[in-house]
Design a protein around this ligand. Structure first.
Ligand code: APR
Ligand code: PHB
Length: 389
């Protein structure tokens, strides 16, 4: 087989890139290790920056998002019983959109099917070859048969546990990592959200987040020790703990019910540099991870896709390689800002095991400054709705 760009990974990064390239007339094949059903069963975050919404519109996959997404003009921050609002509309004039990543992925798969784009599911043992040469290729096994695709470029969109990053030699790669000493226990429940907007809560008992997917589907999280196991958390125990961490008014009106999903995710900051090696480009979780506190994971993947899409389009359509040569530098400049914001929000809102009295006062002062200072609110809003591409 031969194609112009092989895309490894059929998560949101790989699928969005493939749709944009298809529209521009650039041929791709997507190789995904799992089945479509498996990918669509993963519950992930649900806040889209305007830049990502625009990119989905450009890829012609935003019809349902435009119909069903909820526009949010602000978010609530609670520090024990003191709640204040960050007003995105007033501070920066740009909202965010609440729409689940799982739905984004479903829309992308439907669009890919409708346009006849090629996706190989259950592609085993994907391996990248001759990435530093002008003639790279990818091998894999499908239904027990070995296959090979020759190509011009490879997009490594295969997430944190993929093979693409590991293809870059260790002496070329520099990795930066911070692992946080807690996780998030998250539940999905078919109940109305407790508030019209998200509530990020810093409480003595640890962080909590009230989020949503739609008018009758809520997503809630509580910070938990990494040693906790999902089986040990009954629904009742979860609701009780959540109520203790959110403002009294919200706790009193919270509607609880059976949970339809419950999972624990560790929190990590991670960046690999560079994001390009020869004809391989890393995109999304393959290159970086953020803790979910700033809702930046999917959105940062989208900005990588934006830079890579334009780089490849300029190469094929305008004969210009400037975008290709600068991809890593441009993508990383924005990635690091999203890393900083996610790290800052995580530090601001969580209870750390070794936190001293001084550390706690710093957190409280940081929160009070944000509550009282318009410039600080503007900086927070600018980052939350997404820095420009
Ligand atoms: N071969 C083929 N596919 C692979 C391989 C492999 N060796 N390894 C992983 N994959 C697939 C995974 O099964 C997954 O479907 O690559 C895909 C990567 O998808 P994601 O992990 O969702 O990463 P990405 O598309 O970059 O999306 C970033 O996802 O994890 C969240 O917070 C993150 O919201 C962000 C978004
Ligand atoms: C979610 O709805 O899952 C969500 C929202 C905001 C975050 C993280 C997760 O910061």
């Amino acid at each position: 087989m031969r194609t112009q760009v092989v895309i490894i990974g059929g998560g949101p990064s790989g699928l969005l890139l493939s749709q944009l390239l298809l529209k521009a007339g650039v041929e791709t094949i997507v190789l995904e290790r799992k089945t479509r059903e498996y990918v669509l069963a993963r519950i992930r975050a649900g806040i889209l920056e305007q830049g990502m919404v625009n990119l989905l519109r450009e890829a012609d996959v935003a019809d349902r998002l435009d119909r069903e997404g909820f526009v949010h003009d602000g978010t609530l921050i609670a520090s024990d019983n003191d709640t204040f609002r960050i007003d995105f509309a007033k501070s920066v004039g740009v909202p965010v959109v609440v729409y689940g990543q799982t739905e984004v992925t479903r829309d992308l798969y439907n669009a890919r099917e409708a346009t006849g784009g090629e996706t190989v599911f259950e592609a085993d043992d994907v391996c990248l070859h001759d990435v530093k040469s002008d003639a790279p290729y990818v091998t894999f096994r499908k239904d027990g048969r070995d296959q090979r695709i020759d190509c011009d470029y490879i997009a490594g969109c295969d997430g944190f546990h993929g093979v693409s990053r590991e293809t870059i030699p260790k002496d070329v790669r520099q990795e930066f990592e911070k692992v946080y000493p807690f996780g998030w226990l998250g539940v999905l429940s078919e109940t109305p959200p407790v508030d019209d907007e998200l509530i990020y809560a810093n409480s003595e008992r640890g962080f909590a987040l009230c989020s949503m997917r739609n008018a009758n589907l809520s997503r809630y999280y509580v910070q938990c020790p990494l040693t906790d196991r999902v089986e040990d958390w009954s629904d009742d125990a979860f609701w009780e703990e959540l109520k203790r961490r959110i403002p009294e008014k919200a706790a009193d009106t919270l509607i609880t019910g059976p949970t339809i999903e419950k999972s624990i995710a560790p929190l990590r900051s991670f960046v690999t540099e560079p994001m390009q090696w020869g004809r391989l480009f890393l995109c999304g979780d393959a290159a970086h991870i953020v803790p979910p506190t700033g809702a930046k994971g999917l959105n940062t993947a989208a900005s990588d896709v934006h830079y890579l899409y334009h780089a490849l389009k300029d190469h094929y359509l305008d004969n210009s390689d400037k975008g290709i040569e600068t991809y890593s530098t441009r993508a990383l400049a924005r990635v690091w800002k999203a890393e900083r914001f996610s790290w800052w929000m995580t530090n601001l809102l969580h209870r750390f095991p070794e936190q001293s009295g001084f550390d706690r006062r710093m957190q409280q002062a940081d929160l009070a400054f944000l509550r009282d200072n318009e410039a600080a609110q503007q900086a927070m809003a600018e980052n939350y709705v997404g820095l420009p591409y």
